[in-house]
Design a protein around this ligand. Structure first.
Ligand SMILES: [Zn+2]
Length: 109
């Protein structure tokens, strides 16, 4: 937890360009964007991964912020993706939600 990048960002030890912030949640751009808009929606509290979330209100809050960012970034009528990685599949072991757009729709096989 001491070396967690997202905790350091939450503590303002590492600067990030916040696009949204409140007491529980922060939003900033991914440093390695995979789409023109690639945001990370991150709880300030250190939660390791998806299945470790015990506070359903935190989920609710995170998803509300995702919705508002979709609106704010004008992605509502453009193809976009929301992604949550679980343990071991993410670079940083601190729960975060990716919002990416506009992206090409995958072509149907
Ligand atoms: Zn953390």
């Amino acid at each position: 937890m001491n070396n967690c990048v997202f905790c350091k960002i939450a503590e303002k030890e590492i600067p990030a360009k916040f696009l949204y912030e409140d007491e529980e949640v922060m939003v900033f751009p991914d440093i390695h964007p995979s789409a023109p808009i690639h945001l990370l929606i991150v709880p300030k509290v250190h939660v390791t991964e998806f299945q470790a979330v015990e506070d359903s209100l935190l989920f609710q809050k995170l998803l509300q912020v995702v919705q508002s960012m979709i609106k704010k970034e004008g992605l509502g009528d453009k193809p976009h993706r929301i992604g949550i990685n679980g343990g071991g599949a993410q670079d940083i072991d601190h729960l975060h939600i990716h919002l990416l757009g506009p992206i090409k729709k995958p072509s149907n096989p």
